[in-house]
Design a binder for this molecule. Structure first.
Ligand code: GDP
Ligand code: MG
Length: 312
């Protein structure tokens, strides 16, 4: 492979995406990288693993660290997520603080702003979901956030992670804030997570989307096998994925399977379609549901599922 030399002032570094749950961090990661690497959903606290997404341009390589939202911990899992978001601040070159432009600033925002004021890294602020702010309210919304950030020198940028509006400008400002440095990852790489993890996340996303309030946070997915199927016979040329969805209670298993297995079928179909895009080929997916009481409070279970102390 012939690679063109990078410009002398090429920049690179790590950027932590920080913000309350549901402000659109994962959506922004996908928008910036141009591929679905992070799962998103209307349910808060979707993101569990700390995912690194890589955005390479002619001027810079930006490694985006999508952190779980900072919030009040309830479970052991919650505590680990918060610790992870906080520790991310210590490992990056720049913080991108996402705020929900379409809502007025609240106490949660003030909490995060205070946290960030106490550390030395440069901070950029994205006012996300700007597509939801009516034109006549835009100035007032920006003024309210200006007040929240009054004692800082952080610059504010309007954007919509969903439509992509403002995201190009945001990329340019982020790149300019990074220190000079070489590419840290191959330029074609968009995520540091193995495919297996991404596949599991696509299933978890469908569970969250389809079951909404009933099951959400007590779900984990383990990918048991990923295999190429033989070139001949039934399912020829497909990638077979065998996965188990873990829930905490028997009642949740019932909801997930649904009447006559209908819910699990819908979840499986949705996940399979997304997997086919990721893998770029036909997928055969088999899903199982297993009850593991209280898995969220068991350190060993969390480790097995990849939410280890070190990683998250
Ligand atoms: P996270 O918890 O911060 O990672 O938030 P997600 O990326 O999972 O997004 C939460 C919800 O907000 C999803 O339903 C997204 O589709 C939605 N969302 C994210 N960004 C935008 C945006 O710019 N505009 C609108 N209208 N919705 C958005
Ligand atoms: Mg997220």
């Amino acid at each position: 492979m012939v690679s063109t030399p990078l410009p002398e002032d090429y920049r690179s570094g790590f950027i932590a995406l920080i913000g309350r749950p549901n402000v659109g961090k994962s959506t922004l990661v996908n928008q910036l990288v141009g591929e679905k690497v992070a799962i998103t959903s209307p349910v808060a606290q979707t993101t569990r693993n700390r995912l690194r997404a890589i955005l390479t341009t002619d001027l810079a390589q930006m490694v985006l660290v999508d952190t779980p939202g900072i919030h009040k911990p309830h479970h052991l899992l919650g505590q680990r997520l918060v610790r992870s978001a906080r520790s991310a601040i210590g490992e990056v070159d720049l913080v991108l603080l996402l705020l929900e432009g379409c809502e007025r600033p609240g106490r949660g925002d003030a909490f995060i702003v205070n946290l960030l004021k106490q550390q030395p890294l440069p901070v950029l602020v994205a006012l996300n979901k700007w597509d939801k702010v009516p034109l006549e309210q835009q100035d007032a919304a920006e003024a309210a956030y200006g007040e929240l950030l009054a004692e800082t020198s952080w610059s504010m940028h309007r954007c919509s992670a969903l439509s992509g509006e403002g995201c190009g400008d945001l990329t340019a400002v982020m790149a300019a804030k990074l220190p000079p440095g070489p590419q840290l990852y191959p330029p074609e790489m968009v995520s540091d997570q193995p495919e297996r993890v991404l596949l599991g996340e696509l299933i978890r996303e469908q569970v969250l989307l389809q079951t909404r309030e009933e099951v959400p946070h007590s779900v984990a997915v383990s990918i048991d096998r990923v295999e190429e199927m033989p070139a001949k016979g039934k399912g020829a040329g497909r990638t077979a994925v065998l996965a188990t969805v873990l829930v905490e209670r028997k009642s949740q298993k019932g909801i997930l399977i649904g009447k006559g297995g209908q819910m699990l079928k819908t979840i499986g179909q949705g996940a399979r379609l997304q997997m086919q895009v990721l893998i770029d080929g036909p997928v055969y997916l088999e899903l199982f549901v297993k009850v593991v009481p209280d898995w969220r409070s068991k350190p060993q279970r969390l480790n097995e599922l990849g939410y280890s102390e070190r990683e998250i």
